[in-house]
Design a protein around this ligand. Structure first.
Ligand SMILES: N[C@@H](CCC(=O)N[C@@H](CS)C(=O)NCC(=O)O)C(=O)O
Length: 211
């Protein structure tokens, strides 16, 4: 039995797939097309009732949803991949802090940027809401830029935080803003994209090499 990852290219499924690639585990990728709204189809709602990707089916059959929970689960399943610093120490606490920050403070803003009409129906107001959410994403990513130890977020080295942060650099904020305002995270994303295990995953999801 292997893992099955449900997701789309360029989506939050990137983080789960990149972590899977780092572990060396066997997995299948089941496409759930956001363009076709398949995340809201009954077949997928039976997997994740919140109608969002990614979702991961574990080899034993259980489903894990929520990108941060998937990353933590994979770090637990494959300790030899060292996706997190050792448990109980201050670096682990720091890892939890910034993982929770990205999942709780940044990811929800991305839904507003992508689907402002879910929150306010009227056209001009929806556009203003989208831009305001984009500003919040930028402000919050900037906090990670400041907190990052460099070259990775944690002093202890590469972790799932770097995969997660690299993904957020590819959404909502815009290339020019990214290159001007978050040079350390920009470089970190390029480092993540070049990791041997992740490089093919990055290319599939973001399709344009390091663009
Ligand atoms: N809290 C969820 C958010 C997942 C999420 O918003 N995924 C996006 C794709 S990146 C999605 O499925 N959007 C489709 C929708 O909201 O209808 C997580 O961390 O996994």
């Amino acid at each position: 039995m292997s893992y099955t990852l449900y997701g789309d290219l360029g989506s939050g499924a990137f983080s789960a797939e990149a972590a899977l690639a780092e572990t060396g585990a066997a997995y299948n990728f089941e496409l759930v097309s956001l363009e076709k709204n398949e995340q809201k189809a009954p077949a997928f709602l039976a997997i994740n009732p919140s109608g969002k990707i990614p979702a991961l089916r574990l080899p034993e059959g259980d489903i894990v949803t929520e990108s941060a929970a998937i990353l933590l689960t994979l770090a637990d399943h494959f300790p030899q991949a060292r996706l997190l610093p050792p448990g109980g120490g201050s670096e682990r606490a720091r890892a939890y802090r910034w993982l929770a920050f990205m999942a709780g403070e940044i990811y929800p803003m991305v839904e507003i940027v992508d689907y402002p009409e879910r929150f306010i129906a009227q056209e001009p107001a929806a556009d203003r809401l989208r831009e305001s959410a984009r500003d919040r994403v930028r402000e919050r990513i900037f906090l990670i830029e400041r907190a990052a130890a460099g070259p990775f977020i944690l002093q202890s080295g590469f972790s799932i935080l770097d995969i997660y942060a690299a993904m957020f650099t590819r959404w909502s904020i815009g290339r020019q803003w990214r290159e001007t305002n978050i040079p350390r995270l920009n470089a970190l994303a390029e480092t993540v994209a070049r990791r041997p295990a992740i490089a093919p995953v990055w290319a599939r999801h973001f399709n344009r090499g390091l663009a």
